[in-house]
Design a protein around this ligand. Structure first.
Ligand SMILES: Cc1cc2nc3c(=O)[nH]c(=O)nc-3n(C[C@H](O)[C@H](O)[C@H](O)COP(=O)(O)O)c2cc1C
Length: 405
């Protein structure tokens, strides 16, 4: 569970006659597991691919597939249209997209899409030539211009044997796009820059100095900011969990590369910068003075590695925005001692690096774990402890606090 259950929403999941229909099970499962109520509506063709019983079992709700079944005792398709907070059609066939654009109402799913006032998200899946066909593209464009949301199919091998764009977007991506539509959009219009993961400082072409960071905190922050409507960019080293596809991902290796990318994104020459920077990456403080051009042999005589200090990215950002206090700047502090030391270090860092908020945590609570325990230290002089919980919940708390800064 990764966010406030008061945000539990009502989702209509439409399924049409594509070979990818089985992937709707995973979309439904994800939504249900996050506390949302899901009602499936299936076309006749969809039922040739998966059974209503499967969807009923996953969602706990009876599937709507027939206008005439159930009579007035059942919740009807018009009622479902107004019940929905969002209508997601995954997978959507070329046939369905065409009929929706033309305004047909021959199936319960088409009627619901015509009658609902809720946002509609469509995830097309079809043969690549069907997808790029001018008619399909015209239908998609026309629907987009009327405010229908799309999650584009992926490129790859298709069930029909050909290869190209047409494969249903990953169910996880459909889930991310859905919850962005149903969440409170309190970060809408905000540009958020996040750093995540470790940096790697090369010793030779095969060895490096790094740290235990998994990048999970930064990814959780990116997912949360995206869910709440932000435009998100993540500058990151190697990550152990995935970013949503709609988040801009900038991969780097060394601290120097991260420094350059962060500064360029936060203060672009002549461009518009960002509103918030959250420095969740574990940037290496030192790097080898020299990087050997070839692999250092085991039989060699390497006795020590001379280290030099890396540039301090948080300090550089802080100094650049010290006068304007724009963008908002959030740093992390990791310690291994006592709580008092951590809070003192967080306070000192807040001042020294001109930040608005420092998230203090202990290495043993944080590194490579799904959970963390943090202290939020800001300029008001107060601090708030967030006791051990999933990193996604920590991300929610951090962003809640950012909104109050
Ligand atoms: C095995 C098989 C797989 C199909 N897969 C797709 C598909 O992935 N995308 C698509 O647009 N149509 C696909 N079709 C064609 C649709 O099922 C057909 O256009 C149907 O009328 C769609 O009805 P619906 O949109 O009401 O569900 C497939 C047909 C068959 C027999």
């Amino acid at each position: 569970m990764d966010y406030d259950l008061s945000e539990k929403r009502k989702v209509v999941l439409g399924i049409t006659g594509s070979i990818a229909a089985y992937k709707a099970v995973e979309v439904a499962r994800q939504l249900v597991s996050y506390g949302h109520e899901v009602r499936c509506v299936m076309t006749d063709s969809a039922q040739k691919f998966i059974t209503p019983l499967t969807m009923q079992s996953v969602t706990g709700n009876k599937v709507v597939s027939d206008f005439w079944e159930g009579g007035s005792a059942e919740i009807g398709h018009i009622e479902i249209a107004s019940w929905a907070d969002v209508v997601v059609v995954a997978p959507a066939t070329a046939d369905f997209v065409a009929k929706l654009n033309a305004g047909f109402a021959e199936s319960p799913l088409l009627v619901i899409c015509l009658a609902t006032k809720a946002p509609i998200l469509i995830a097309p899946a079809m043969n690549c030539n069907m997808y790029t066909n001018v008619k399909t593209q015209e239908n998609i464009q026309a629907l987009r211009s009327r405010g229908v949301f799309f999650i584009d199919p992926e490129e790859g091998e298709l069930a029909c044997g050909s290869s190209g764009v047409g494969r249903l977007a990953d169910p996880q991506e459909i889930f991310y796009a859905t919850r962005r539509l149903i969440s409170r959009a309190d970060f809408k219009g905000k540009r958020v820059l996040i750093t995540a993961g470790p940096t790697r400082e090369p010793i030779d072409p095969v060895r490096y100095i790094s740290n235990r960071s998994s990048g999970k905190m930064g990814v959780a922050l990116a997912r949360e900011a995206y869910r709440r409507g932000a435009e998100v960019t993540v500058i990151h080293g190697p990550l152990k969990s995935e970013l949503p596809r709609s988040v801009k991902s900038v991969e780097i290796v060394t601290a120097q590369e991260m420094y350059e990318q962060v500064l360029a994104h936060a203060f672009p020459a002549g461009g518009i910068g960002v509103d918030v920077v959250i420095m969740a990456a574990a940037v290496a403080d030192f790097r080898p003075k020299e990087t050997a051009p070839n692999k250092i042999k085991k039989s060699g005589v390497l006795k020590s590695i001379e280290l030099v200090k890396n540039l301090d990215i948080l300090l550089a950002l802080g100094e650049k925005r010290a006068k304007t206090r724009n963008p908002l700047l959030i740093g992390f502090a990791v310690e291994t001692g006592e709580i008092e030391d951590l809070i003192n270090e967080a306070r000192a860092k807040l001042e020294r690096k001109h930040c608005d908020l420092i998230v203090g945590n202990f290495a043993q609570d944080a590194f490579d774990l799904e959970t963390d325990r943090v202290w939020l230290v800001d300029r008001s002089g107060k601090q708030e402890e967030v006791s051990t919980t999933h990193k996604s919940r920590i991300a929610t708390k951090i962003l809640d606090r950012v909104l109050k800064l």
